[in-house]
Structures are given as C-alpha cells and as structure tokens.
Design a protein around this ligand. Sequence first.
Ligand code: NZQ
Ligand code: ZN
Length: 386
Amino acid sequence: MNNFDFHNPTHIVFGKDRIADIATLVPAEARVLILVGGSSAEKTGTLAEVRQALGARQHDTFNGIEPNPGFDTAMKAVQKVREGGFDFLLAVGGGSVIDATKFIAAAALFEGDAWNILLQGGKNITQALPFGSVLTLPATGSEMNKGSVITRHDIDAKLPFQSAYVYPQFSVLDPTKTYTLPKKQLANGVVDAFVHTVEQYLTYPVNAPVHDRFAESLLQTLVEIGPRLLTATEPNYDDRATLMWSATLALNGLIGAGVPQDWATHMIGHELTAQHNIDHARTLAIVLPALLNERRVQKHDKLLQYGERVWGIRTGTDDERITAAIEKTRDFFESLGIPTRLSAYGLGAEAIDVVVRQLKEHGMTQLSEHGDLTPEISRRILEAAL
Ligand code: NZQ
Ligand code: ZN
C-alpha cells in the first residue's frame, strides 16, 4: 500500500424523507439554481419536494441535462448562472445531472474556453461554485466524489475531469427516490458500481487486506441484491438502500486510496458511448470480461483471489479458476439483462478502428495499473468482445 491522503468533504444525508434537510443544508441567503435532467425529477415529485425545502430562498430551475451530459447544454446553464447571479447549485438527478453540475460549478468561474477544463483533466480549475445534490439513480458515485465526465457531440469526445473543488457539499440519498427507476437503470447501477469496485481492486496484490475486503464485500453485496432488485414486483426499501450505499462507497475514494487502479475499462467504454450512444454501464459490461481475459497474466493473483472470495471458486488449475471467475462475471452481467458482446448492440468489427483511433486522439495510450495497455491491446480487447 502506498502513502495516501484521504479527505472527502461531502456530507451524506441518508434515508427516507431527508430531502427536507435541504432547508438547513443550503445557506439561508443563497441564490439557488436547481439543475435537472429530462422529465423524471418533475414527474416523480422530487423537484417539488426540493423546492418546498428551499422555502423562501430565491431559486430557479435549469432543465434539459441529457444522459452523458453535453458540453453545449452545460454551457447554457453556465450562461444562466452568470446572468442570474446564482451562487449555489443544486443537482437533482443521476450521475449525468451531478456531473454536469460539477462542470457548471467550475466553468461559471473559469476564464477562457471552458473546454480546456476537459483537455487538462481539471488540473486548471482553481475555484468552483458550491453545490449540493439529491441523488435519484444509484450508480456512478458522483454524489460523493470529485470526478465528472462531459461529452462534446460535435467531435464525439467524452472526457473525464477531476478536481477537489467539485466535491458536492452535501448529497441527499433517499432510497425511496429510486422507486420510479426503470429496471434497466437499476441493472445499469449495479453494473457500474460493480465495475468501479473491480477497477480499484482487481490489479495486483499490495498487502492491503482492508481495501481488499471492503471491495470484496461491495462485490458480494451487489451479487446478492442484483437479481432481487430486478425480480421484485414492488420496490424493497432495504435493497434500494443497500444499492445506494454500495454505489456511493464504490467510488468515493475509500477503496482506491493508496492502491493501484486500472481504469482501462472505463476509458474504452467512454469511447463506445461517444461513438454509439450505448449506456455507460453497458459499455463496461462489454469491455470488462474481455479485458480480464486479455490481462489474465498481469492480474493473475488478484483474479484467483476474486474468483475464490467473490464467486467461491476453489478447485481446478489456476487457469481454469481464472476462466471460471471471468465467466461468472460475464454471466452476472447477462443475468441482469445486460448483454456483454458488441454484436448484441448491433456492432461488428468495422466499429473497432474508430474506437481505437479516438483512444489515441484522447491520449488513452498507456492505460491500466501498469500503464502498458496500448491502443493495440485495446483493439484486441474489443475484438474479443465482438
Ligand atoms: O433525464 P431524466 O428524465 O431525469 O431521466 C434519467 C435518465 O434518462 C433517468 N432517471 C434518473 N433518476 C430517475 C430516472 N428515471 C426515473 N426515476 C428516477 N428516480 O435515468 C436516465 C439515466 O440517468 P443518468 O444520470 O444518465 O445515469 P447515470 O447515473 O448512470 O449517469 C451516467 C453518467 O455518469 C458518468 C457516465 O459516464 C455517464 O455520463 N459517470 C460519472 C462518474 C463520476 N462522476 O464519478 C463515474 C462513472 O464511471 C461514470 O463515468
Ligand atoms: Zn462508471
């Protein structure tokens, strides 16, 4: 385990009926811009609850943040923030709304072309407006981290940035707000949280047993509740709460602090979304099994540990156990209704060249925990995922 700092300033407010707490979480004199996606926050009544909690504070709403939030949409919100003199943002939605809000918070105070924030991965951010979030879709962990991903459709670029200035001040996690989610989004949430955990765990051993067991408990929990979430005829509060907390802990910095990480699955997945508009979690389900197989030598020891502790695989040669662990992973995603092959999304070998070219264009040429995953290896992974 390497030296690390772990500082996470986001205040989590968890449980049923906690949106009312916004009344005390947002400064009394704040001029608040609420940011929402399409229509879900309005339809489900969550937006009305948020407005009620804001009470007499001056507030307005920006709606229309799309899934895989777009740069142009976010810049319209930046204009509204500047023109309206808003000094506090409140994201109400899933990862896309929270990510967009992080970008808007930084871009509103940024001088020059805000696309440079993405080109420099957030290193050039020196300030941001304060903001909070009300999470309606457990998946990304954006509610308790400093990362965000923004898309520019004109150049098919989906790029991440990070900055300590864009941690939410608070996030309200009310599991009942997930009750209106379509099954597809629940499945996406389970897979996204699962893959976040895997990418901070399934690298090589560094004598970090606490990290390992935290990660394994998140994976085991997701394996346990995933099928139940999808088959339940009525939403079950405890399972929704468990999903919500698992997804938050999977990417709030805790399990990744001081250990090697491999974000190759996400970086390849982002290109698939940018090119083909496939849901974020679905791209991960396509890439991860093929990537684990390609990297079975580099990840040998951790693959055996993962197979044994998460899937109970204890017999066979090392190679057989690793193959079984990868197949269990694929079967789990498929069992949630998420296909793991490019062909299931109507894509064939002809799609691969562009993805590899875009990886190079975006500097994604030295991926993985070893920095040795080249575009040619990404190509092999995609070919194996056909
Ligand atoms: O737009 P509305 O009408 O609100 O509908 C949304 C959207 O269509 C709907 N939805 C959300 N809450 C709902 C609901 N529908 C009914 N009831 C509710 N309670 O769900 C759809 C998808 O929402 P979205 O926010 O796009 O999904 P998700 O939370 O999966 O976010 C995906 C985005 O997060 C990024 C992804 O790349 C993608 O752009 N990520 C952000 C990360 C981070 N900041 O740390 C890490 C992740 O790896 C990921 O890359
Ligand atoms: Zn993700």
